[in-house]
Design a protein around this ligand. Structure first.
Ligand code: DP6
Length: 318
């Protein structure tokens, strides 16, 4: 019996992943690029060889078929396992909990099984739990290319700059609590099948990633913020034009967006991104955090400030 505990940080996409070319393997329709956030984390313990399969998430025991299926991917002939995981941030509210959760699980489960996978293989494995999880194995600025192999073996994330390359801030405005209405997998498929903007969305992905990569290399925030907002709004346009529509935004989301635009009109370098939920995340320099917080305070239930975070790691290996 081996028990391994790991932590992994969530990541926020600066250029979005939305849509799959292969659903079971989580092969993306578009490349993406993200920033791993310090501060928040998923902490996951896997016991390889337990009396029975058992999954405890945030203190509650549940039958989680996705987690058990993921363990089967690690080793089809595995023994019964125990997985205990918790997040120190709200789960399932568009705050990337599946990314950090499956990244932490991939590292903990493989190590507990006695495997020491190279990072590309570990990232490709995490991808099969949740697409965005492949990026959370790495710290800092991370790219997830399309890959070419039909089995997905070369479809894994690649770090492009470490956390200390560029000390940006992501101000997360939580404008509503509670789980999202439609999960990412279902939302992506609905957008792909029904949105007339789908083709345009997919066509822009590679150029957006190239533009964001160049902006990161040059530490050019205006350039990065501009392409980040463009990617976000194009992704949400595919959601809004799906049938039936997917509207993750609430009135407070729109209010927060207007505050960000007003900040920019006043010369503050702040740009917004949203995921499959109502929360607004604002990218800015550390010196502008106070102005961003002040502007968002009236519309947000909570404000959290994060800098770039490090890679997933083992914290206890019993
Ligand atoms: C909007 O990785 O949660 O946050 O692969 O179906 O598990 P699955 O989806 P998931 O999707 C994340 C989508 C997003 C954008 C992003 O993180 O790139």
């Amino acid at each position: 019996m081996a028990r391994v505990t790991t932590i992994a940080h969530p990541n926020i996409a600066l250029v979005k992943y939305w849509g799959k070319r292969d659903v079971p393997l989580n092969l993306p329709a578009v490349p993406s690029l993200s920033l791993t956030l310090g501060g928040w984390r998923s902490r996951t313990s896997v016991t390889w060889g337990a009396p029975a399969d058992r999954v405890v998430l945030d203190g509650t025991e549940r039958h989680d078929a996705k987690v058990l299926r993921f363990l089967d991917l690690v080793a089809p002939d595995r023994p019964p396992c125990e997985v205990v995981s918790d997040n120190d941030f709200p789960t399932g509210a568009g705050l990337a909990s599946s990314a950090s959760g499956f990244a932490a699980l991939a590292l903990a489960a493989t190590r507990a099984a006695g495997l020491d996978l190279p990072l590309p293989a570990l990232s490709a494995l995490a991808r099969q739990g949740s697409g965005s999880a492949c990026r959370s194995l790495f710290g800092g600025y991370v790219r997830w290319p399309l890959g070419e192999a039909p089995d997905g073996s070369d479809c894994h994330a690649v770090p492009i700059a470490p956390a200390d390359h560029w000390d940006l801030r992501m101000v997360v405005a939580v404008v509503a609590s509670g789980p999202k209405a439609v999960g990412s997998t279902e939302g992506m498929e609905r957008s792909r099948r029904t949105s007339p903007l789908w083709r345009t969305w997919v066509e822009h992905g590679p150029a957006d990633v190239a533009e964001a990569s160049a902006a990161i290399q040059q530490r050019d925030l205006e350039r990065l913020g501009t392409v980040m907002e463009a990617s976000t709004f194009r992704m949400h346009a595919t959601m809004h034009t799906a049938v039936p529509p997917l509207l993750y935004w609430l009135p407070a989301t729109v209010a927060a967006l207007h505050e960000v635009f007003a900040l920019r009109a006043r010369g503050v370098g702040a740009w917004a991104t949203m995921d499959a939920g109502p929360q607004v995340k604002v990218l800015c320099e550390p010196s502008d955090v106070a102005a961003v917080q002040e502007a968002l305070k009236p519309t947000a239930l909570q404000l959290h400030v994060h800098g770039p975070g490090g890679p997933a790691r083992v914290v206890d290996d019993a």
